[in-house]
Design a protein around this ligand. Structure first.
Ligand SMILES: [Zn+2]
Length: 95
């Protein structure tokens, strides 16, 4: 079966969308990786409902900040001149 593929390069990633899935919220925050890092550094909570995005006791440190830091590090010129990462999303086949 052939499928359409959407490929996003990490170097093209400029905006992160955080969608709160806490009950009754659904707030969306769109920020740059740099903004996201400071936004969640001290408090990994939804800016609308103030609920945590994860159970803090389940992790050492802050996985959101770790994830954002990894994105920023991989986008740095020292890495980007040698490597890009592609995120591949298969689109449903339209009949
Ligand atoms: Zn929320």
């Amino acid at each position: 079966m052939s499928r359409n593929l959407l490929i996003l390069l990490l170097s093209e990633l400029k905006t992160l969308r955080f969608v709160c899935k806490n009950q009754g919220c659904g707030a969306v925050s769109e920020v740059s990786p740099a903004q996201a890092s400071s936004m969640f550094y001290t408090s990994p909570k939804c800016v609308a409902c103030a609920n945590m995005f994860y159970v803090q006791e389940a992790f050492k440190g802050n996985p959101i900040v770790d994830f954002i830091k990894a994105i920023k590090d991989m986008q740095s010129p020292d890495v980007a001149k040698h490597l890009d990462i592609e995120f591949v999303v298969a689109e449903p086949v339209k009949k």
